[in-house]
Design a protein around this ligand. Structure first.
Ligand SMILES: *[C@@H]1O[C@H](CO)[C@@H](O)[C@H](O)[C@H]1NC(C)=O
Ligand SMILES: *[C@@H]1O[C@H](CO)[C@@H](O)[C@H](O)[C@H]1NC(C)=O
Ligand SMILES: *[C@@H]1O[C@H](CO)[C@@H](O)[C@H](O)[C@H]1NC(C)=O
Ligand SMILES: *[C@@H]1O[C@H](CO)[C@@H](O)[C@H](O)[C@H]1NC(C)=O
Ligand SMILES: *[C@@H]1O[C@H](CO)[C@@H](O)[C@H](O)[C@H]1NC(C)=O
Ligand SMILES: *[C@@H]1O[C@H](CO)[C@@H](O)[C@H](O)[C@H]1NC(C)=O
Length: 380
């Protein structure tokens, strides 16, 4: 299913001659080459990418959708991945629940036939569920297949049942048995609700209400720290816990506010998004102009290897509606550096975007870096 036709008629084309092969080196060709490398890990029995987990799968699927939206030549690969993952990935759910909490993984296989049943997509972490909502919305955006949107709505609906009572009477906890109220779970809930508000006209006000409820609550808590960046979560007393400023926590909120501003315009939404984006760039972009994570190079596994691409994906959404040179620079500098300095001989992309390729290179580091390559196609 891999795309392999030569791409020669592209703008701003630079052509290199390598041992007789003509290789086009423009933003789109780079991303398509990265997609081919990513698909060497795709497993059509699990619906995921070998060696990485469930939530990483949602993010790899999302970046494929984002690329397909910009380059229709990868649509066949994208369709194949969406359909296969939709049908078979429930067998890979690491911890199905809450409704199916007692079901053991091996008993899930026969239920693969219940494709589209949102319950099959819930595991015991509400943030994981949120990633899949956004992934299926991305697949819907590029295919217009309503089954993907319906699955996203079903997963979101389950999440609404988790709306909590702690810290000012709201927010979602991290998972059903935890009292930890963390940033990512709530940013995902905001973004999922706001995305759905713009895609499901019949339930627009329902989704706008959830998105506003989440954002009003989130902004009133201590998630945003003294530097204008978002820390990992709240203490038991509901104050900012000072825990790591992860890039993805500066990112998901941006896409959420951009979508909310479309559904229910209010100039405060983009003002807040721009403040967070600028603070994040101040904190996470090095003197090399490239986005970094505090865990680099050796302490990012297994989850933080995924984070930076999520920030870039969402920064692009903000750049599209509220452009700033500093946003464009971090997107293009990161993409160029990944391609020049952080790419293996097999076109596999690593975790440290300034290079060199160190630590484990896997579908998580790869599809995260691919987010930057894809954003570089679109950035204006
Ligand atoms: C697909 O994943 C399964 C389960 O992890 C594994 O046993 C199998 O070898 C993988 N197939 C390929 C082609 O990688
Ligand atoms: C699944 O992938 C294997 C190789 O990994 C391929 O040979 C096979 O044709 C694929 N199955 C389907 C149904 O596409
Ligand atoms: C979608 O995937 C299912 C299961 O893998 C398969 O039976 C079906 O033919 C696929 N549909 C399309 C349109 O490829
Ligand atoms: C969806 O899956 C859940 C959990 O396995 C099951 O209880 C429910 O009946 C399924 N719903 C449908 C419509 O198949
Ligand atoms: C704010 O930035 C300073 C200097 O980089 C850092 O030491 C501090 O931990 C940051 N505060 C928070 C809440 O992240
Ligand atoms: C815009 O949002 C701000 C912050 O949430 C809120 O205080 C204000 O009332 C909103 N304005 C309108 C017109 O809804």
């Amino acid at each position: 299913m891999l795309f392999s036709a030569p791409r020669l008629l592209v703008p701003a084309l630079t052509v290199f001659l390598l041992s007789g092969l003509t290789v086009a080196d423009d933003a789109t060709s780079r991303a398509v080459t990265a997609l081919e490398a990513l698909q060497e890990w795709y497993n059509n029995s699990t619906g995921l990418w070998n060696t990485v987990g469930w939530w990483n799968g949602a993010n790899c699927l999302t970046v494929i959708a984002d690329l397909a939206a910009l380059d229709p030549t990868v649509m066949d690969t994208a369709d194949y991945v969406f359909n296969t993952t939709y049908n078979v990935a429930p067998v890979s759910n690491p911890d199905p629940g809450p409704e199916v909490k007692t079901t053991k993984r091996e008993f899930l296989a026969p239920r693969a036939s219940s494709a589209g049943n949102a319950s099959d997509w819930l595991d015991s972490a509400y943030d994981d569920d949120g990633w899949w909502v956004l992934a299926w919305i991305a697949a819907y955006d590029v295919t217009e297949e309503t089954r993907y949107l319906q699955l996203a709505e079903g997963i979101f609906e389950a999440l609404t049942k988790a709306w909590g009572t702690r810290c000012g009477g709201g927010g979602l906890p991290w998972n059903p048995t935890s009292t930890y109220v963390n940033s990512i779970t709530n940013e995902l809930f905001l973004s999922a609700a706001a995305h759905l508000a713009n895609r499901v006209p019949a339930r627009k006000s329902y989704y706008v209400d959830w998105a506003q409820k989440e954002w009003n609550w989130f902004a009133a808590q201590g998630f945003i720290g003294e530097n204008g960046t978002i820390n990992d979560g709240l203490l038991d007393n509901c104050e900012n816990n000072g825990a790591t400023v992860w890039s993805y926590n500066q990112g998901v909120v941006l896409g959420g506010l951009v979508e909310l501003n479309i559904a229910a315009p209010n100039s405060s939404y983009l003002e807040s998004a721009n403040k967070i984006a600028k603070a994040a760039i101040e904190t996470l972009v090095g003197s090399d102009g490239v986005l970094h994570e505090f865990c680099e190079p050796d302490d990012c596994e297994p989850d933080a290897t995924q984070f930076k691409g999520i920030f870039i994906r969402n920064l692009l959404m903000l750049q599209n509606v509220s452009p700033h040179d500093s946003y464009k620079k971090v997107i293009t500098n990161s993409a160029n550096s990944i391609w020049e300095n952080d790419r293996s001989d097999q076109n596999r992309l690593g975790v440290v975007w300034s290079g060199p390729v160190v630590s484990t290179v896997d579908p998580s580091t790869h599809c995260s870096a691919m987010d930057a390559l894809v954003a570089a196609i679109a950035v204006k």
